[in-house]
Design a protein around this ligand. Structure first.
Ligand SMILES: NC(=O)c1ccc[n+]([C@@H]2O[C@H](COP(=O)([O-])OP(=O)(O)OC[C@H]3O[C@@H](n4cnc5c(N)ncnc54)[C@H](OP(=O)(O)O)[C@@H]3O)[C@@H](O)[C@H]2O)c1
Length: 216
């Protein structure tokens, strides 16, 4: 595994959600989320050597985030969905009900699960990139991973949300190193799809920008 990638949209006050839903409707950001989490990050030295397996990215999420995804979009299609809960028994039916979906009891379990898939010859899939997609405490656990490369793909929303958020993105601080903003060119060079540049304004006045941070 080459990197751990966090994907988040956060407002000026670091708000990310309200009533287990998103506080805003930003179609361009939803498309960006889908493009990013489905595509291959163009990382140096990464080669797909295994041709007889389905290559997929993994999305790791907390149980609330899983439940916040509208049922027709759940599981996130074309991605391996990993749901983190403290009580697997409550979610024991999920892997049977949904293809390419599993339930784990910690972030470490999620990483081990991915490593096991990637080192088991009889597995039909191979996990390519790993995206942590929320919510709050799951992001915090990912920021604290002693992994050599933790990246944050943040959609920085410049407005205060009209709705007052009740869930927040943690401070971009890690005991393993400082997070530094990277250039737009670096962000675009990682993505195999065109990333809109600069601040975008929607008709409803919401302004946002796609940004990349990496741990030093
Ligand atoms: N703006 C964005 O980019 C974005 C992205 C994702 C989500 N969101 C929003 O964020 C909200 C959901 O996030 P959230 O922070 O409330 O919840 P969450 O992180 O998605 O899920 C919380 C649940 O995860 C499990 N969990 C948390 N820490 C754990 C640990 N250390 N070990 C094992 N399991 C653990 C627990 O599940 P159990 O209770 O089952 O034990 C906990 O109740 C929604 O409003 C959603 O729309 C926004």
């Amino acid at each position: 595994m080459h990197s751990i990638n966090l994907v988040v949209a956060a407002d000026q006050n670091h708000g990310i959600g309200i009533n287990n839903d998103l506080p805003w409707n930003i179609p361009i950001d939803l498309k960006y989320f889908n493009d990013l989490t489905k595509s291959q990050l163009l990382e140096p030295n990464q080669k797909n050597k295994i041709h007889d397996k389905r290559l997929m990215n993994a999305c790791i999420m907390g149980r609330n985030t899983w439940e916040s995804i509208p049922s027709k979009f759940r599981p996130l299609k074309g991605r391996y969905n990993i749901i983190v809960t403290r009580n697997k028994t409550n979610l024991k039916d999920i892997p049977t009900l949904y293809k390419d979906t599993t339930v784990v009891e910690s972030m470490e379990d999620a990483i081990h699960h991915i490593q096991r898939i990637n080192t088991t010859p009889s597995e039909s899939i191979m996990i390519r990139n790993v995206f942590v997609v929320g919510g709050s405490s799951i992001y915090q656990m990912a920021l604290d991973l002693p992994h050599h490369l933790v990246r944050v793909f943040i959609t920085r929303i410049e407005n205060n949300s009209v709705k007052k958020c009740d869930v927040f993105f943690p401070a971009l601080i890690s005991k393993h190193g400082k997070f530094v903003r990277q250039s737009y060119e670096k962000l675009q060079s990682l993505c195999e799809f065109p990333v809109p540049k600069g601040v975008i304004e929607q008709e409803d006045g919401i302004k946002f920008e796609f940004q990349l941070y990496e741990r030093e």
